[in-house]
Design a protein around this ligand. Structure first.
Ligand SMILES: [Zn+2]
Length: 151
């Protein structure tokens, strides 16, 4: 990464402030995990990828490959270097292409949009927070139901 890139992406190449000992980590690179799913129901092949910021511990030995990855949710300029990893293809039982044709009338939408997804994540975090506070006992565990999803 050039000095210009470092300056341009400073907010994105610093470790997340909420990390414990965030100052002990340094930005390594952007990483693309290229993935391939093979659907066992319809035979479709899906290619997709996830982009991450990779951080390494400053005191880790050179041969230590331990990294912490943070998903990237902003566009990367074309000149920014990215390390490409092709992950092994995996078989999946269903895919979005054949879900409806193989399960007509049997598909339930619990999470249908970004707003509903954020709500489901918030509920999951609340459950984890309550578990930490109560030491693992679950007095009232919120449960996601189709009635909870707006629209
Ligand atoms: Zn399929």
């Amino acid at each position: 990464m050039t000095e210009e890139h470092s300056r341009l992406f400073a907010p994105f190449i610093t470790p997340p402030a909420e990390w414990k000992n965030a100052e002990d980590y340094e930005f390594l690179t952007f990483i693309l995990h290229a993935k391939t799913d093979n659907c066992l129901s319809c035979g479709a092949t899906m290619h997709y990828g996830d982009v991450y910021r990779a951080f390494g511990h400053k005191n880790a030995p050179p041969h230590d490959s331990f990294r912490r990855l943070v998903p990237v949710n902003f566009p990367l300029p074309h000149k920014v270097p990215v390390v490409h990893f092709s992950l092994p293809p995996r078989d999946v039982p269903l895919c979005p292409h054949c879900l409806h044709s193989t399960r007509e009338g049997q598909v339930t939408y619990l999470v249908s949009d970004e707003k509903a997804w954020q709500k489901a994540l918030a509920e999951a975090r609340a459950v984890q927070h309550n578990l930490r506070k109560t030491g693992g006992e679950t007095a009232s565990r919120p449960k996601l139901s189709p009635d909870d999803i707006p629209g």
